[in-house]
Write a protein that binds this ligand. Sequence first.
Ligand code: 5GP
Length: 203
Amino acid sequence: MNKGLLIVVSGPSGAGKGTICKQLLKLEPDVMLSVSATTRAPRTGEIEGKNYYFLSKNEFESLIEKDEFLEYANVYGNYYGTPKKYVEEKNLEGKNVLLEIDIQGALQIKEKYPHGVFIFILPPSAKELKHRIVNRGTETEAAIEQRFKSAFDEINYVKKYDYCVVNDDVDAAVDKVKAIIKAERCRITEDIDSIISRFKEEI
Ligand code: 5GP
């Protein structure tokens, strides 16, 4: 069976990657979300096991020691990490797994899994980016400034990714991500020899 894709979506806070991923998951039953672990406090409405696994710093560090993360990073003073088991199991079942993670994490994954599909979501403009971070209303003034400043630094990393999707319209951006996935499913990989053999056996 073909292994599933490891799809990594990142981009600055406010680029709209969360909205794009949510919509993509609704439209593509073959794409499963990897739920991350974090030490940040839950925001209103966030659900344990759905949005994140909310852990204490000690719990998180013990999982680091047990090598249970595919990647982890410190983002804005909190740990965030991708549990390894779920991703590996689903990929082996042939499911595509979606990771919505920061750039540090994406670069770690690229080292270990260069065959992953790395997609960077860009906001349409700096002005729009600030507007989105402010309007989300979930952050303090200081956190807004920090996220905006990081966004400026982070944009340089787009060059490390395979694809860049500008999010000026959510539906169009989702369509582009769907097209990337479709194309990546047709990419020639190591499996090609078994496909050729099976084809020849039928004759
Ligand atoms: P938030 O606190 O807004 O939910 O997320 C803050 C940042 O952490 C976002 O850029 C988000 O993509 C990133 N993030 C979420 N989960 C993970 C993860 O498992 N690993 C890494 N490296 N970053 C993550």
